[in-house]
Design a protein. Structure first.
Length: 254
């Protein structure tokens, strides 16, 4: 069996892969379906695999040394999560939002993030509970300043999921993780490191308002942050989608 070599830089910065932010998985070695699902999921979230890229079964089988049944099961799970579109006679593609879907996803994202904020500011010990998030924002800034794009993207995305996780509500966390994944794909076609350099500053501002139990200020900061993200789109990818899997060295699993 083969699997992709772990990203050592991301591990050093404690930058979690997006696939690990989903609902908790059973302990033990992941199945082949879990492995392929996670690698495709993370390639899309890291923006190594862009929206609209065709996911050919034969190529995926060769990349991950697995059966067509494994690939089909992984793609079916990704389609259920709305991250892959499977069309009759055309095959599977990384999900690419239509204009109305862009509006709908961001509208729901803003609404859910405001619910998270309102629930957090009601906590008496919210400032203490946010301390791990402050450490995450520091790592996000360090990743950006070091030019570690993958770690920076992972930490930026994880911030929002971990903010919800503070509430210890798995249903809410899962819902926000799904919306974060879909918004990541939406902005992937037009976003750039230069255009998002202030993400860690905005995250820090949001935390400050929540710690002060300033719900209105936190909601305004979050709304500004998400609207800024929504405006960074609409370019032609122009990238070979299979380069997403060529950037890693395939090594035998232990």
């Amino acid at each position: 069996m083969l699997r992709l070599k772990p990203d050592r830089a991301a591990q050093d910065l404690k930058a979690p892969r997006a696939s690990t932010l989903r609902d908790p998985k059973p302990a033990g070695e992941p199945s082949d379906v879990d492995r392929v699902y996670g690698e495709i999921f993370d390639a899309a979230m890291d923006r190594r695999l862009l929206p609209g890229a065709k996911l050919t079964e034969s190529t995926l089988c060769a990349a991950f040394d697995c059966s067509r049944g494994t690939v089909r099961a992984a793609l079916a799970r990704l389609a259920y999560d709305k991250l892959v579109a499977i069309e009759p006679n055309r095959g599977a593609y990384v999900w690419q939002a239509e204009p109305k879907e862009v509006h709908d996803v961001f509208a729901m994202r803003r609404a859910l993030e405001c619910i998270v904020i309102d629930m957090l500011v009601a906590l008496d010990d919210v400032a203490d509970r946010l301390l791990p998030l402050r450490g995450m924002v520091e790592r996000e800034q360090r990743a950006f300043e070091q030019g570690d794009r993958i770690s920076w993207l992972r930490l930026s995305n994880a911030f929002h999921v971990e903010l919800a996780r503070v509430l210890d509500n798995q249903v809410l966390t899962d819902m926000l993780a799904g919306l974060c994944a879909r918004t990541t794909l939406i902005i992937a076609l037009g976003d750039s490191t230069e255009g998002s350099a202030c993400s860690y500053l905005e995250h820090r501002d949001i935390l400050d308002h929540i710690a002060q139990r300033d719900a209105a200020g936190a909601r305004a900061a979050m709304d500004h942050h998400l609207k800024d993200c929504e405006q960074r789109m609409d370019v032609d990818p122009g990238v070979d989608p299979w380069s997403a899997f060529q950037r890693h060295t395939l090594t035998p699993s232990i």
